[in-house]
Design a protein around this ligand. Structure first.
Ligand SMILES: Nc1ncnc2c1ncn2[C@@H]1O[C@H](COP(=O)(O)OP(=O)(O)O)[C@@H](O)[C@H]1O
Ligand SMILES: [Mg+2]
Length: 248
């Protein structure tokens, strides 16, 4: 039997976190990356030691939202890799983009699995909360992190679209079969709080945020503080829920 030594390293590296929150959705373009970046910043600026990991291995883009130039900024090697600290905040950030640059990585299943295991086994976090931006769907990236992380508590993201809600329903079954309990639901691109509440009831998930279409969002891409300021007013429940767990 082949035993992958990285699995032991990953277990040790992830054991430092009090809470691991993958931001997941079966659909793309629903706001996972935007939410992961803004939520991480809000919590970091409230004094939580936060790590943000971009696990969208083939198309990472969290660095674009945070305004980090992956060509000039690189993690420091020191018995592994130390994540990059974002400007004046204590936010720790790690992404495959530091190594692939601003290019699409055309990887297949086993290669994606290997890239994830490599990143997880070498990254030396010192945060207590890990937020993970994931690619759409429940393929290798999400399944890997769910099986490798101790007690992951995903936040599910949906829009009010029927297609998105229906695919979330199916994904919840996958999570439940894996014994994973979501932290709650964020409904993005909805102007009606009533509608957000209805969706959360249909899905039997706690509503952590209901975010409308934000006309200024595009201008805030690459400006982390502006991005945080735009989304934070809608994410108080999500922030409080996470604070309660990490400060317990
Ligand atoms: N609430 C919002 N208001 C306006 N634009 C948004 C909002 N949420 C996401 N977007 C935009 O929609 C696009 C997809 O968002 P993204 O976070 O990349 O989705 P995902 O990571 O789920 O694929 C991006 O261009 C983003 O700027
Ligand atoms: Mg994304």
């Amino acid at each position: 039997m082949f035993i992958d030594p990285r699995l032991y390293a990953i277990k040790r590296r992830l054991a430092v976190f009090r809470l691991i929150v993958p931001i997941v959705s079966p659909k793309g373009g629903v706001g996972k990356s935007v939410i992961a970046a803004a939520l991480s910043l809000s919590l970091a600026l409230k004094g939580v030691r936060v790590g943000l990991l971009d696990l969208d291995i083939t198309n990472p883009c969290s660095h674009l939202l945070l305004g980090i130039d992956v060509e000039t900024t690189k993690p420091i090697e020191d018995r592994g890799i130390r994540p990059v600290k974002l400007g004046s905040t204590e936010l720790e950030f790690m992404s495959i983009a530091f190594y692939s640059g601003n290019k699409t990585l055309p990887l297949r299943g086993t290669d994606i699995d290997n890239a994830i295991k490599e990143v997880l086994s070498i990254t030396q976090w010192s945060a207590s909360l890990l937020i993970i931006d994931t690619p759409p769907g429940f393929s290798d990236e999400v399944l890997d992190i769910i099986s490798l992380a101790p007690n992951p508590r995903p936040i599910i993201v949906t829009t009010p679209s029927v297609l998105s809600i229906e695919t979330v329903k199916r994904s919840l079954e996958v999570l439940s079969n894996e014994g994973v309990k979501p932290l709650g639901l964020i409904v993005n691109l909805s102007h009606s709080v009533d509608l957000c509440l209805q969706i959360s009831q249909v899905l039997s998930l706690e509503l952590l945020a209901c975010i409308p279409w934000l006309t200024n969002l595009e201008k805030a891409v690459g400006k982390p503080l502006a991005l945080k300021d735009l989304l934070e007013p809608y994410m108080t429940k999500a922030i409080e829920t996470i604070l309660r767990i990490v400060e317990r």
